[in-house]
Each structure stands twice: as structure tokens, then as C-alpha cells.
Unconditional design. Sequence first.
Length: 196
Amino acid sequence: MGEEDAEIAGRWLRKIERSMDQIAVPAELRVDCATQLLSDRAQTWWDIVKERRAAETLRWRDFRTEFENRYYSRQHRKIKEQEFLALTQGDMTVLEYERRFQDLSMFASVYLPTEQHRIERLRDGIRQKLRMGLAALQFPTVRDFIVAAQSLEAVAAAGRREGDGQGTMGTEKRKEPTSFTRRPPFPKKGKGGHFG
């Protein structure tokens, strides 16, 4: 299975889990609900798993373990974990960065035990100009952090569009125009206090 397939499978699994949480599917029905949504090769894979484990009552954690073993090799998980640890915003927008962070975070959950750890990790990887604008602020949720970062990003983009060319959010000094607005230097005093 290719890397792209594994990421699609990961998004599918997270979407299914969110949906089941939202509609409060009881634990004993989760496997049946999720497997009803499998098709083609995935359905064939699940049929084989059920045959192999026919003597057991399969719970959600069993399904998740089997699913992850099927779609993510140990090597793939290690690569994705390293990719997560090295992730920075770079030239992505805040929204693109958050999406990539979320996609990779499933491979690095050990580094994200709480919401505050997620916020700190996101903040550490965001562009420095945005990070400086967010440094003194506290955020109760990742969503609050992302909204604030997007707002700063919009301000920076507006600054670039208005012609300052830097989008600095007012953190850098503007250069003085050099044409007629600068005063000429004062003449130097010579010996005896006379200008010369």
C-alpha cells in the first residue's frame, strides 16, 4: 500500500471515530458500524480478519489495532513520526499547517498527551513572526490558537498588500524615504566655534 493510501485510510478512521463519538454509538456496536462502511479490498481484508479471530468478540480497540497493522507498516509509522517531529509551517498557510499537523499527529500521540501539548507543539512549528505575535497569549484549545494565528496571518497579508512589502505586523522599523523629506546634515563647526 502506498503512502497516500495510508494517509487516506488514517483520515477515514478519524472521521469514523468522530462520527461515532458525535452520535454516541455504544462501544459494543462500533465495530459493526465501522465495518459496514468498508468496501472492496478493505471489506475483503476485514472478512479475513473475522475468520482468523472468529473465536473472539472483537472490540473497537481490536478493530483499530488490526486496521493500523494493515494500513501502516512499522516503517511507515516511524517515518510519519519523524515527519511530525520535524514539521514546521514553512510556506504553508496556518490552515494547511494545522491540517498537516492533524494528519501526522496520529503517528505521534505519545508526544501529545494533552490539549496544551498540542498547542505548544503547533506554536513551536509556526512561522517566527506569527509565533512572536502569539507568544504571550494563552489558549484553552487548539481551535482558539488556530483562530488567533489565522488572524495574525491575515493582518500580515494585508500589510503586504498595502505596499509595505514585508507584512511585519508592525514589528520592524519602516525605512525613511530618501528623497525630499530628509534634512540635510548640520554644517560642522570649525576651530573657534565658527561654521565653515
